[in-house]
Design a protein around this ligand. Structure first.
Ligand code: DGL
Length: 283
């Protein structure tokens, strides 16, 4: 049985806990490291159960509770849900259950999209579960109800990214398949609504063209983390660069090296954590 929360209040010298279903959340880690170089980060990728994007809300909530539980055991002072799917479907439940501040990627992405759109036409790409949840649409309309939101689920992009096929012709063809209808609808802003997608940013920009602004959920989330730490007086004041620890729930992840190289994180050791499960009735 996983311990769900620590009773200690968070301290500035504790790590930021970051999780994703797989390696996609490392794009958020890259952005947090750039914005907050003194922070220690503990990253947990639930590679044993990837993808989350094709699963239902109950499963995504359960997985997210279990992974966030493991991060509190690692002493996380705040938890960053570096997964759009988990942010879209599990954030309210996580915030209800855990005492540490928990931040997702949807709200910051929605704010950036509204700020960027000139014609009030925003495209969203994400997993099936993220798009079906309509979380971006709600978040955008809460800021500006006059913005038209056009969404496209892109279930084949995560496997292509995990295979490291960032500029492969098959990937470009899939991008045309997914993006051409949104481009034809006249979007001027495109939200990369999956933390895997920044790894395809160059290819997406090539297909979308210069006129469409790409909103990267990883970069915007890092800005929100910075704000949260400063507001809650949890910034690490140490005079040294922060360290990054990475753990996955399955030890045989062949895609990890690809992401590590692409994001220049120089991770030399990957730990394994076993999810033992929680009983939801006990929460
Ligand atoms: N990185 C996850 C997200 O941001 C997608 C991967 C998955 O389907 O698990 O939505």
């Amino acid at each position: 049985m996983t311990t769900l929360e620590t009773s200690n209040p968070s301290r500035p010298d504790q790590p930021i806990g970051v999780f994703d279903s797989g390696i996609g959340g490392l794009t958020v880690v890259r952005a947090i490291k750039d914005a907050l170089p003194k922070e220690d980060i503990f990253y947990l990728g639930d590679t044993a159960r990837l993808p989350y994007g094709n699963k239902d809300r109950t499963t995504i909530e359960r997985y997210s509770l279990e992974i966030a539980g493991l991060l509190t055991v690692e002493g996380a002072k705040v938890i960053v849900v570096a997964c759009n799917t988990a942010s879209a479907l599990a954030l309210p439940r996580l915030q209800e259950v855990f005492r540490v501040p928990i931040i997702g990627v949807i709200e910051s992405g929605a704010r950036a999209a509204v700020a960027s759109t000139r014609e009030k036409r925003v495209g969203i790409i994400g997993t099936r579960a993220t798009v079906a949840s309509r979380a971006y649409e709600r978040a955008i309309h809460a800021i500006d109800p006059t913005v038209a939101v056009l969404s496209q689920p892109c279930p084949l992009l995560v496997p292509l990214i995990e295979e490291g096929m960032f500029d492969h012709s098959v990937t470009i063809e899939m991008l045309h398949h997914y993006l051409d209808p949104l481009i034809a609808e006249g979007i001027d802003t495109l939200v990369l609504g999956c933390t895997h997608y920044p790894l395809l940013k160059k290819a997406i920009a090539g297909v979308a063209g210069d006129e469409i602004v790409l909103v990267d959920s990883a970069e915007n989330c890092a800005t929100s983390v910075q704000k949260l730490l400063s507001e809650s007086e949890l910034e690490n004041q140490a005079e040294r660069p922060g360290n990054l620890q990475v753990a996955l729930t399955d030890s045989s992840n062949p895609f990890f090296k690809t992401a590590d190289r692409a994001l220049e994180l120089n991770i030399n050791r990957v730990q394994t954590r076993i999810v033992q499960g929680v009983t939801l009735a006990a929460l």
